[in-house]
Design a protein around this ligand. Sequence first.
Ligand SMILES: NC(=O)c1ccc[n+]([C@@H]2O[C@H](COP(=O)([O-])OP(=O)(O)OC[C@H]3O[C@@H](n4cnc5c(N)ncnc54)[C@H](O)[C@@H]3O)[C@@H](O)[C@H]2O)c1
Length: 332
Amino acid sequence: MHILVSGGTGFIGSHTVVELLNNGCDVTVFDNLSNSKATVIDKIEKLTGKRPAFFKCDMNNKAGMNRVFSSAHFDAVIHFAGYKAVGESVEKPLMYYENNICGTLVLLDMMKKYGVENLIFSSSATVYGIPEKCPVTESSPLSTLNPYGRTKLMIEDILRDVASADKTFSTVLLRYFNPVGCHPSGLISEDPNGIPNNLMPRIIQAVRGQIPELTVFGDDYDTRDGTCIRDYIHVVDLAKGHVAALDYVTSHKGSVAINLGTGNGCTVLELLKSFERVNNLKVPYSIAGRREGDSPAVYADTSLAKELLGWTAGLGLDDMCRDAWKGACMNG
Ligand SMILES: NC(=O)c1ccc[n+]([C@@H]2O[C@H](COP(=O)([O-])OP(=O)(O)OC[C@H]3O[C@@H](n4cnc5c(N)ncnc54)[C@H](O)[C@@H]3O)[C@@H](O)[C@H]2O)c1
């Protein structure tokens, strides 16, 4: 199978490309490099012994996209490309709608034009807003709190509409929980161009003294230790989930949303303590008040992924913390 990967030099995309190549797929990547570097392609080749075809291309650039799509016939597209910073999306909503939504429309247009029927989309647990109960199943109510989340919800709706109008189209909407860690070699990792906002990159910054300390928002939630619970998933497990979804998307029609998480809720302090223990490091931190829009607990019901994809996460918190630190050390 030949797979086209949008945003394939990014964090989750690059890990998925490695798994695809290791599973015998041919891979073409396109990325505008707004949040990643072209050297990732060299690293992927080093890890797998195979070099994916690469196009530096923005998905809103139709001429460039025509070049990508006419370079080979693709059996499926895995669509990672998009902006993902919640805070930035609040400040620059139009930039998010244009990039994520208009870009996806161009991608769908190209798929139709070039006869590509199968799409796996990077959705997010953010589409569950503040869940009423956990674990969150795929049929839990959908809502969201910011423009980034709205782009995910809107794209899910668009893809469901396309699948119901076009009976040849197949799409799997993968709702990721909280991806962390990196390839155990440390060679590819989360390497954002801007200021990271997620917990693991902030922990790493605090350890390195790049920020004075980690701020933990709220320790008075109704959880084991008062801090928020999330479902952290190792990015290599997540990448393997895409390979499993590829089998599904190419053998079914229609649309389905599937959670990709471990199903295990972990508090902020548990992640922090695990990071300290595994890496023998101290993380400077302080407790601040609750942050608006934070849910006390969000973790996945993963039974649908097991049933439809035959996939479950295998790696634990210690692997995530060890690999995240190794990746940070190796990539500056
Ligand atoms: N990392 C997370 O915590 C998380 C959680 C849930 C969902 N997601 C989604 O998964 C996807 C991948 O996330 P990631 O963490 O790997 O992010 P990332 O920023 O590392 O990767 C996204 C890639 O898309 C590229 N890109 C952005 N706009 C583009 C455009 N117009 N044309 C071509 N390339 C473009 C960027 O340069 C980047 O390499 C995103 O859609 C994100 O919203 C991420």
